[in-house]
Design a binder for this molecule. Structure first.
Ligand SMILES: [Zn+2]
Length: 175
């Protein structure tokens, strides 16, 4: 009888210790959740058109603010023809540190462009502005991997860029 009583007490004790441990583990697991803070930044957005000035194209997409590498805004407007906007953005710290962020949509001479398309157009415009050689537009278009441009944007973008090319490479003889 005493043996049985001892057995019951031992089992009860073991159970009590088990409960205590479980509670302890549970409490330990509840400790600090990852802190997600909201960051505020500003993004420069140029209007991408055939005659967008070079400095606007360069600063397009620039993000600045307290938590960014660029702390100070560029002087806006860049010039008389500048149509850049400074747009306030809010990010979570997780988004910022997760690597390159997704490009944001842009106004353009072709209407509102999705982020990825706008990025390609900006790079092609910059390429035209930067090239010192008088390459024909056909060569430029063939060289630049137009496969990066979605089909529905191909023709409108070709026209816009061709206009930029003409404006940049116009010579007294050809006009
Ligand atoms: Zn500008």
């Amino acid at each position: 009888m005493i043996k049985l009583l001892i057995a019951v007490v031992v089992i009860a004790l073991a159970y009590w210790i088990y409960r205590l441990k479980k509670q302890h583990i549970f409490i330990r697991h509840k400790s600090p959740e990852p802190v997600i803070t909201t960051l505020e930044g500003t993004e420069v957005r140029a209007c991408l058109d055939w005659d967008t000035p070079t400095e606007c194209l360069r600063d397009d997409g620039l993000r600045y603010g307290e938590q960014f590498r660029a702390k100070q805004p560029p002087d806006l407007p860049h010039s008389e023809r500048c149509q850049c906007e400074a747009v306030k953005l809010f990010y979570t710290s997780a988004e910022v540190f997760q690597g390159p962020s997704t490009p944001t949509p842009r106004k353009s001479g072709l209407g509102e462009l999705p982020g990825e398309v706008a990025l390609v157009l900006r790079l092609l415009l910059l390429e035209l502005h930067d090239s010192s050689t008088k390459e024909s537009f056909t060569k430029f278009w063939g060289r630049l991997g137009v496969e990066r441009i979605p089909d529905e944007w191909l023709e409108p973008m070709r026209q816009l860029l061709s206009q930029t090319h003409d404006a940049l490479h116009r010579t007294p003889e050809s006009s």
